[in-house]
Design a protein around this ligand. Structure first.
Ligand SMILES: [Ca+2]
Ligand SMILES: [Ca+2]
Length: 536
């Protein structure tokens, strides 16, 4: 009742004030940069049209949404109501309103205006948009385009749960022209990652991608932090990220044609992903442990029956070779490149990512009759360190006690092969001695660069933990990483050269002598299947 009275009052107010207000329109720089608080209809002016737009939406019952109607909530009480109208009228009559939350200016700013300033509500249909990048005079970055000379792109939503469940959305960008952006190799295809739930200083992806690179993985996506303004509204800190695709600068395999039928050409290149959620066109089979196994084909995308049969059979044969009783068998190594898998796996263990072999698990295969599956690139390590709690010691492998929302395909079974353990230990030594010691410095620099942009992001999105990145890294990120690495080093670093011997079912003492297959009763430390066992 009160709202109705207020509203009819406001409609009267609107009629009375229309003539005055039209004369008082506040005009701003045409459709560039940030819109002022009170410009609800997206024309970069505060005028009677904004009052009308608000009244229409209140009458329609439009609900507040922190992305789509954020600018309509002029007074910031998370409702679209009469108070917003009053504030706009105040603004038209000359009152200075507090500014909207804005970027920190400590990172380059990416400006995107969609055609007609339409909301991005689909992850299937692209919207046409204009964009430019302002380097904010920060050394090492180049501006691209300008408000008066913007470039073209198409933009749509992306992601699964992050798209559906979160207010701060990730986006997929397709530039009109190939472009070198923020120092990354020229390409048309990019992703804006929101990383809204990354709470350990935003390093969930950056750290593993960098470790993988230093361990010699062929390619992991580069990502550069950037602040983003969409349709004149600041939407926070994002990571402009190279999209995983087949290409010379990305996954460098031969691009196989869609619907190819030539029996040799269908042997590659393949870019595949193990999926969390089944999709209708997935390659499907049952894993040796009875669990469903879903694989998406990203390249090629449209499969002929020859292509589908080839890759399905290849994966089923791989699966059979993994689930053999004789773990000294080396048949599985004809299907999977053991060393790239060992490296991929070590990176995922170091960041304790139990989702590693569940979803966002990419692998690829070059064309050829004797080429193997190569694990990588790394992607979406958002679940890394998620098992954190005040008391959790990070003393499990990622395929042990996995959370209910994950599956763990193949890796637990592959870990039983002594040959795989041997290759893990070989690469672990390289990681531990050459890569690990440099990671603190890498993380320090990474979070320091983000600090102020993260704080600005948190003003825009107070529901997400993006602020105080350095403190978050030091309090949560680094201790988790160091704990996990220390535990892994106990498993893989101690008596490394002898470990293959210890996988035969015997308990070994620390002198390397077999003590039989029953747990020894004498107190001491023993090695069993490569793990330390303490008998008290
Ligand atoms: Ca307006
Ligand atoms: Ca409001």
């Amino acid at each position: 009742m009160i709202i109705k009275c207020s509203l009819s009052l406001s409609i009267m107010t609107k009629s009375i004030l229309t003539i005055i207000l039209i004369a008082c329109t506040i005009q701003l720089n045409a459709q560039s940069g940030l819109r002022p608080r009170g410009d609800v209809n997206c024309d970069w002016e505060i005028n009677i049209a904004d009052v009308n737009a608000l009244i229409d939406d209140i009458v329609k019952g439009t609900a507040y949404h922190s992305l789509y109607t954020y600018a309509e909530d002029v007074n910031g009480d998370q409702e679209i109501n009469i108070s917003d109208i009053n504030m706009v009228i105040d603004a038209i009559l000359g009152k200075q309103l507090p500014p909207m939350p804005s970027y920190s200016g400590t990172l380059p700013v990416l400006f995107i205006n969609t055609e007609g300033f339409r909301d991005i509500v689909s992850k299937e249909t692209y919207l046409h948009a204009k964009w430019w990048l302002d380097n904010m005079d920060i050394e090492g970055y180049e501006s691209i385009g300008s408000p008066s000379e913007p470039l073209g792109m198409q933009i749509k939503g992306r992601g699964n749960s992050t798209w559906t469940n979160l207010d701060k959305k990730p986006y997929r960008l397709k530039l009109a022209e190939k472009q070198n952006v923020l120092g990354m190799p020229s390409n048309r295809h990019w992703i804006l990652m929101a990383n809204a739930q990354y709470w350990m200083g935003q390093m969930n992806d950056a750290l593993p991608f960098e470790i993988g690179r230093r361990m010699g993985m062929a390619w992991n996506p580069y990502m550069e932090p950037v602040e983003v303004v969409l349709n004149g509204v600041y939407i926070g800190l994002y990571f402009l990220t190279e999209k995983i695709r087949v290409g010379k600068n990305r996954v460098n395999v031969i691009e196989q044609k869609d619907n190819e039928t030539d029996p040799y050409n269908v042997t590659g290149g393949w870019l595949l992903e193990v999926e969390n959620y089944v999709q209708p066109d997935n390659i499907k089979f049952t894993e040796g442990n009875g669990e469903p196994f879903w694989v998406a084909a990203h390249s090629p995308e449209q499969l002929s029956s020859v292509q589908r049969d080839y890759i399905t059979n290849f994966l089923i044969e791989t699966n059979s070779a993994i689930y053999v009783t004789d773990k000294n068998s080396r048949v599985w190594e004809q299907y999977i490149d053991i060393d790239t898998l060992a490296i991929y796996y070590i990176v995922q263990e170091a960041i304790d990512n139990p989702e590693a072999f569940s979803g966002s698990c990419y692998f690829h295969k070059q064309r050829g009759n004797d080429t193997k599956l190569i694990f990588g690139p790394l992607w979406d390590c958002g679940s890394s360190f998620q098992r954190w709690s005040r008391t959790y010691e990070f003393n499990e492998f990622i395929y042990e006690n996995i959370p209910s929302y994950c599956r763990s395909r193949w890796i637990g079974e592959i870990a039983k092969f002594p040959r795989f353990q041997e290759r893990i230990r070989f690469h672990w030594k390289r990681f531990y001695e050459e890569v690990y010691p440099a990671m603190d410095k890498y993380m320090d620099q990474f979070v320091a660069k983000l600090e102020q942009a993260g704080n600005a992001d948190h003003v825009r999105w107070p529901q997400y933990p993006s602020e105080n990145t350095t403190q978050r890294l030091n309090e949560f990120g680094k201790p988790s990483f160091h704990k996990k690495v220390a535990w892994l080093n106990e498993q893989w670093g101690v008596m490394a050269d002898d470990k293959a011997l210890h996988a035969d079912g015997n308990y070994y003492n620390l002198m390397g002598q077999p003590m039989g297959k029953q747990l020894p009763t004498t107190p001491g430390i023993y090695i069993h299947h490569g793990k330390k066992i303490i008998v008290k």
